[in-house]
Design a protein around this ligand. Structure first.
Ligand SMILES: Nc1ncnc2c1ncn2[C@@H]1O[C@H](COP(=O)(O)OP(=O)(O)OP(=O)(O)O)[C@@H](O)[C@H]1O
Length: 384
């Protein structure tokens, strides 16, 4: 155990801050978090509204009590909250240009707690155990429009659903609340006319492979064919001008991977630490591989284009044909540009780890292994 971090509670500590969102998750954790945090020498600050966690982290990282901008005052920030609160804290650190100067500990008291699970920290006890064990590792930070994300940058159905999931539902149903909202939105969701450009440079050899186009299609095989995805290396942008009911993927790279996708997206998921499971390939270490995984789920097409290969397909989603998700495009990239193709150029709603962001053009990149986080022990107590 790190001696510096096992000092007694009675000692005054200025290098440990615990940011607690008392409203996250079930909303009943704050007293317990405060007691256990104080015992470990943390200064505990509770948020009162959105934006507070970001400000607390920025102020702590600025550490400017002595007026010289020195960021060494704080060495550890623990975050008691869900993915949104963790995101805010990272945002504050990014603003203070102190991403690589502070360790982050996650105390999962939110609803989904996706990032905590990725770190093998399933609950509050495990979070405090990780603090006591003091084992850290470096992870990638995604940056979208100058803002950070650890799990995902989403656009489309899930972004809309995330923003609209009532707190009451989160308290009542937990992570299922997001699924319920998504299902509620699905029937009337019309999709987003987008152009998405991928840059695969800088990735190692087996990255950048594509699933969901041509013969490699996952969903296409379920639907019998994916030959209508427009992947022919000569894709014509005008195909997608018909109301967004067709997509194109331009093959611009030597290895045949697309550099541009155009179409009407049901969902765009840019995954950093979070990756969809795959049967073909598993990322080396998604949390620190310097890569983003982009998954584009095309909105089901109506009329003749959906009919291609779909007639005999099993009804896996058991919903109206008009909203059956179409083919999936799946690419690993080092950076991504997402641009609206809507006539009015109105901004697109994105969701960064559940936090909303509106943008017409969004540049997404990754800062490899730029953040140090405390991780769960190899043999968590909960398993014994
Ligand atoms: N005191 C507060 N009262 C109400 N809302 C708050 C408060 N402090 C922070 N918030 C906001 O609460 C929102 C939700 O927080 P958070 O994402 O951490 O929890 P969650 O939604 O329950 O969990 P998850 O994102 O893991 O599903 C954030 O957008 C945050 O800005």
């Amino acid at each position: 155990m790190n001696e510096r971090r096992s000092e007694s509670a009675s000692e005054s500590r200025t290098d440990r801050l615990l940011v607690c969102n008392p409203a996250s998750g079930s909303g009943d954790h704050a007293p317990d978090v405060r007691t256990r945090g104080t015992k470990r020498g943390f200064e505990v600050r509770e948020t009162e509204a959105a934006g507070d966690a970001r400000r607390f982290a920025r102020e702590a990282a600025d550490g400017d009590d002595n007026g010289n901008g020195d960021t060494n005052d704080i060495s550890l920030i623990a975050v008691a909250g869900g993915d949104g609160t963790v995101n805010e804290v990272i945002h504050g650190l990014l603003e203070a240009d102190a991403l690589d100067q502070v360790d982050i500990a996650v105390l999962p008291t939110g609803t989904a707690n996706v990032f905590a699970r990725t770190l093998d920290i399933p609950d509050l006890d495990a979070g405090f155990e990780a603090i006591d064990a003091d084992t850290s590792r470096r992870v990638d930070v995604g940056v979208a429009g100058g803002r950070p994300f650890l799990n995902t940058c989403l656009a489309g159905l899930s972004a809309e659903a995330n923003a609209s999931t009532p707190d009451e539902w989160k308290r009542q149903f937990g992570p299922l609340a997001y699924v319920l909202t998504t299902l509620r939105f699905l029937p009337e969701y019309e999709g987003l006319p987008l152009e998405i450009r991928f840059d695969e440079s800088g990735l190692d050899g087996d990255a950048g492979s594509v699933v969901g186009t041509g013969t490699e299609s996952v969903v296409g095989s379920e639907f019998g064919s994916s030959t209508d995805t427009g992947v022919d290396g000569n894709a014509d942008a005008t195909d997608a001008e018909d109301g967004g009911n067709a997509n194109d993927v331009d093959n611009a790279n030597d290895d045949g991977t697309p550099s541009t996708w155009r179409g009407n997206a049901l969902l765009v998921l840019v995954g950093n630490a979070f990756r969809l499971p795959t049967v073909r390939r598993r990322s080396r270490d998604p949390i620190a591989d310097g890569a983003l995984e982009v998954v584009v789920l095309e909105r089901g097409r109506d009329g003749e284009s959906l009919a291609v290969g779909a007639e005999d397909a099993p009804s896996v989603f058991d919903v109206d044909r008009d909203v059956i998700p179409g083919p999936i495009t799946r690419v690993e990239a080092s950076s991504v540009s997402i641009t609206t193709r809507a006539d009015d150029r109105g901004p697109v709603n994105f969701s960064l780890d559940g936090e909303p962001l509106s943008a017409t053009d969004l540049e997404v990149s990754i800062r490899e292994r730029s953040l140090s986080v405390l991780v769960g022990p190899e043999n968590p107590v909960r398993d014994q």
